[in-house]
Write a protein that binds this ligand. Structure first.
Ligand SMILES: [Zn+2]
Length: 357
């Protein structure tokens, strides 16, 4: 256990039982949920991978709806440019560069102290996916890249676990429910990373309303799944896309798996096997992530060592180091995000020089 997982919440006033019934009363009144559905929600366990814009919005909706147990996995920290759309964060989180998973868990605890939220400050990779995602009823995609989505798809299909794909970029939002053995999976629809979706928020910008649209649809599908199960007739069986700026929208049937699909047909889980996963990856925003091996770091000692070489600042969760035009953010497990370059060799050399190879 790292200190991140052990973070203890300050004592909070908790609501008595009758207030809990009151809390969900408007949702219980809704016939699709009812008292029985509310109990199912409170017993449900979901994992949200990625807690940026869509992940924040999905986590917020499901937490307010009373989903009893939630794990939030995110590798990143809060920055000022996130605040336009990442609804669980505020200026103080950005000023402290708090990891998004930690900041999200704190925000949720402030509006619903009756559910369990477990933050995990980690990059989801083949070697940790089992320990991070095992045992959850439903997996939700809040990531910003196809590499991680294919990994989630491989894992979900191999374990027969439902998951919901959600993405938003520019004014465009898209979502798909994947129920393995029943519907098409992500690889059925996109055998390879789709060309049109390689745009990112860094290149195309993003409207917060596109985020909230896709998060609302995905969260509602999640409620249907958790209350009605995978055979629930109202579950959407299409790839739904909507452009909130042009009003164009489309649905492609995803009701049946595609024959010959690598993942759900041939059960060839190349992303889970980790063959295509480098240890150094570009992660948007003119930055490179290094996660070559686990090496627990002592931030106080690292802070002292780096002082003569640039500007250093740290808290319990991240250490930031500025030198020339580069900004290196270190996490307690030794992972680093180096901003100011897209050249992996430059990033690797900075890391080797100041953290160690
Ligand atoms: Zn498939």
């Amino acid at each position: 256990m790292t200190s991140l997982e052990q973070e203890s919440s300050p004592p909070r006033p908790s609501l008595p039982d009758h207030d809990l019934e009151e809390r969900y009363s408007r949702q219980i009144l809704f016939r699709g949920i009812g008292a029985e559905g509310q109990q199912k929600l409170s017993a449900a366990r979901v994992a949200i991978v990625g807690c940026g814009a869509t992940g924040s919005a999905i986590a917020s909706l499901l937490a307010r709806a009373g989903v009893g147990s939630m794990r939030i996995v995110d590798r990143d920290y809060v920055e000022p440019s996130n605040l336009q759309r990442q609804s669980l964060f505020d200026e103080s989180d950005a000023a402290q560069s708090l990891p998004k998973a930690i900041a999200a868990a704190r925000k949720i605890a402030a509006f619903n102290s009756q559910i369990t939220v477990e933050p995990k400050v980690e990059d989801l990779i083949p070697s940790n996916i089992e320990s991070l995602l095992d045992g959850f009823d439903l997996l939700l995609d809040g990531t910003d890249n196809f590499e991680t989505r294919y990994l989630i798809n491989d894992y979900a299909v191999s374990r027969s676990r439902p998951w919901i794909y959600s993405a938003a970029v520019g004014s465009y939002a898209v979502t798909l429910n994947v129920v393995p053995g029943q519907t098409a999976c992500l690889s059925c629809i996109f055998p390879d990373s789709p060309q049109g979706m390689v745009e990112t928020c860094e290149t195309s910008g993003i409207l917060n309303s596109a985020v909230n649209l896709v998060a609302s649809i995905a969260a509602t599908e999640a409620l249907k799944l958790l209350v009605g199960g995978t055979a629930f007739p109202n579950l959407r069986q299409t790839l739904l896309s909507f452009d909130v700026w042009t009003n164009e929208h489309a649905e492609i049937s995803a009701a049946k798996p595609r024959s010959g699909c690598r993942a759900c047909g041939e059960r060839n889980f190349i992303h889970l096997a980790g063959k295509s996963r480098p240890h150094i990856t570009l992660c948007g925003r003119n930055s490179v992530q290094i996660h070559e091996r686990q090496r627990p770091l002592d931030f106080a000692e690292m802070d002292r060592r780096l002082q003569p070489h640039g500007t250093v600042r740290h808290n319990d969760f991240v250490l930031k180091f500025w030198r020339d035009s580069y900004e290196m953010t270190l996490f307690p497990d030794g992972r680093a995000i180096i901003k100011g370059t897209t050249d992996t060799a430059v990033a690797r050399s900075l890391y080797a020089r100041f953290v160690g190879s």
